[in-house]
Design a protein around this ligand. Structure first.
Ligand SMILES: NC(=O)c1ccc[n+]([C@@H]2O[C@H](COP(=O)([O-])OP(=O)(O)OC[C@H]3O[C@@H](n4cnc5c(N)ncnc54)[C@H](O)[C@@H]3O)[C@@H](O)[C@H]2O)c1
Ligand SMILES: O=C(O)[C@H](O)COP(=O)(O)O
Length: 526
């Protein structure tokens, strides 16, 4: 039974779903890094929010880990390249807390406009300072949106409902989408010059880090109010403090900080500064959404192989997974076959799906080919890290789909370019379930690819099969099945034999010395 650790505070529904789906679950939150390192080796899955930092060090200890599920959106607390290199799928729940976070941004915008926290503190201190708190109306004001993705576009919708104008800076926002949202697309300088309020809704990347830098804060309208419910690091905090002190910025509300937990920020106690402790996603509704979603997604993956919302692997629905499973087995074996036979200087690989296979999601099939091919050289390769490794090695990977059927109703063909030229193998599914090789380097040969096998290329001549049988027999190697294919009578022939035990190197040497033998290679399939 797969086992999952929930290491951050999450709705109890997550654990309930895991148990209902046949996944064992432990909920242990607030552990130190060392405690997590000591424990993580037991688990197939790790369910987190933003507190657990999944570093290289944690991953190195996670020897059984297959999936990390983020109950939320931001995955900057996960070392995704390290997880990918280790073959661990990383998934998030990209929509479950969007509305809630957008509402928090709007709440902070109101709080800034009417100085609600200060007014509350003053009133509860018995001061009744009616004349101190003069606010601004939102109606007719311009909201500058930096980042118009899921959360940004919900914020825009709510702001338009409040009769604000919305100007957005997002390099990936199309003109059509801006029209659909009813907002104006602008460059950053225009936004900075026009906005009465600015709200940030981008991930933290090299391009967005300090997007509100000292220089950019100086370009804003005097008295602008700024809201950040996205990620700490989007605003230069020291420059923001100076801008609040000088009045260039009239108010700022931060839910997120460069250092979290933020317990001693220089911004604290600055007039017109409001803060919340990363509460953007903290509503009952959002937490139920993300907990249910992450548990369902992780259980799908661990129980059925379905992949949803993965950041380092193509999606595969729970419905598709059983249909694709035999294809992935076929693809892995074809990849493994070319990896074992054509390993010198592999520069490009093409995966062709023909007939029924062409109607399927090609990404998992290609990933399985690459995993089979590269696992020949490393045990740690799987479908998650294989495409990354292929890219890292500069391999050109192509997918081709042909709907028309050839000799078989469904076929997967793998062609690799090596220094010696192109090599191609093809396979089909018998009865839609059983993987079977049907072509090997241009020669038709039907064989199962399983267990220990022996591949021989020889000149087709009478008496060869007898001599081969005797050589194997004398070495105590029992032949299970025997498949023969040839280009023309008397031309080049290939033999694929399944054998009950691995063929020792000395026996391969003896076979190579038989008349007419050009190549003898021992193969192994899972
Ligand atoms: N405070 C919280 O509790 C909380 C809750 C949920 C999400 N978040 C954070 O909110 C942010 C946005 O989430 P989302 O779901 O809307 O993400 P999203 O991916 O849907 O949208 C992000 C948008 O940012 C845009 N973008 C990327 N680079 C940009 C750049 N250089 N300049 C301008 N725009 C750029 C993208 O094109 C995209 O449209 C994320 O950082 C997420 O982690 C915070
Ligand atoms: O990216 C997110 O989803 C938010 O930052 C929420 O983080 P949390 O789950 O720790 O509240």
């Amino acid at each position: 039974m797969p086992k999952v650790l929930i290491s951050d505070k999450m709705s109890p529904l997550a654990a309930q779903i895991f148990r209902e789906r046949g996944v064992e679950v432990d909920e242990i939150t607030g552990e130190t890094k060392d405690q997590l390192i000591a424990r993580i080796g037991e688990y197939d899955g790790l369910a987190i929010r933003s507190s657990t930092k999944v570093t290289k060090e944690i991953l190195a200890a996670a020897t059984n880990l297959k999936v990390i599920g983020r109950a939320g959106i931001g995955v900057d607390n996960v070392d995704i390249p390290a997880a990918s290199a280790q073959g661990v799928v990383v998934m998030n729940t990209p929509f479950g807390n969007s509305i809630t976070t957008a509402e928090h941004a709007i709440a902070l915008m109101f709080a800034l406009a009417r100085q609600l926290p200060e007014a509350d503190a003053s009133t509860q201190a018995g001061k009744w300072e009616k004349n101190r708190f003069m606010g601004v109306e939102l109606t007719g004001k311009t909201l500058g949106l930096i980042g118009a993705g899921n959360i940004g576009s919900i914020v825009a919708d709510r702001a338009l409902g409040l009769k604000m104008k919305v100007v957005a800076y997002d390099p990936f926002l199309t003109a059509d989408r801006a029209v659909e949202l009813g907002i104006e697309k602008a460059d950053l300088d225009t936004l900075l010059a026009k906005a009465d309020f600015i709200t940030l809704h981008t991930p933290l990347t090299d391009q967005t880090r300090n997007i509100l830098s000292r220089e950019n804060l100086a370009k804003t309208k005097k008295g602008v109010r700024i809201i950040n419910c996205a990620r700490g690091g989007l605003i230069d905090e020291a420059a923001l403090k100076d801008a609040l002190d000088s009045g260039q910025v009239g108010g700022a509300a931060l839910d997120v900080f460069v250092e979290e937990p933020a317990t001693a920020s220089p911004l604290f106690n600055t007039p017109n500064f409001i803060s919340t402790p990363h509460l953007g996603a903290s509503t009952n509704e959002a937490q139920v959404n993300v907990a249910l979603q992450v548990a369902e997604q992780m259980a799908d993956f661990l129980v059925t192989g379905g992949v949803t919302n993965a950041l380092n692997m193509p999606s595969l629905s729970a419905e598709e997974a059983p249909k694709l499973k035999p294809y992935m087995a076929l693809a892995e074996r074809l990849g493994s076959l070319v990896g074992q036979l054509a390993h010198d200087g592999l520069t490009a690989i093409s995966v062709e799906m023909e007939g029924a296979a062409a109607a399927l999601n090609p990404k998992p099939i290609t990933s399985a080919v690459l995993a089979g091919l590269m696992r020949v050289h490393s045990d740690t390769v799987n479908m998650v890290n294989a495409p990354f490794l292929a890219r890292e090695r500069g391999m050109d990977v192509r997918e081709v789909r042909r709907e028309r059927e050839g000799d078989y109703h469904t076929m997967v063909r793998v062609t690799v370019a090596t220094q010696a030229g192109e090599r191609s193998v093809a396979g089909t599914l018998f009865g839609n379930t059983a993987p079977r090789l049907v072509e090997l380097f241009g020669i038709k040969v039907e064989a199962d690819l399983a267990g220990d096998m022996l591949y021989i290329v020889n000149e087709d001549a009478p008496g060869f099969i007898g001599r081969l049988g005797s050589t194997l027999g004398e070495a105590g190697v029992n032949i299970g099945t025997f498949h023969l294919g040839r280009r023309d009578a008397g031309g080049e022939a290939v033999l694929l034999l399944s054998v009950d035990t691995p063929v020792p190197a000395a026996v391969l040497d003896a076979i190579l010395k038989l008349p007419g033998v050009k190549r003898a290679t021992a193969l192994k399939f899972d």
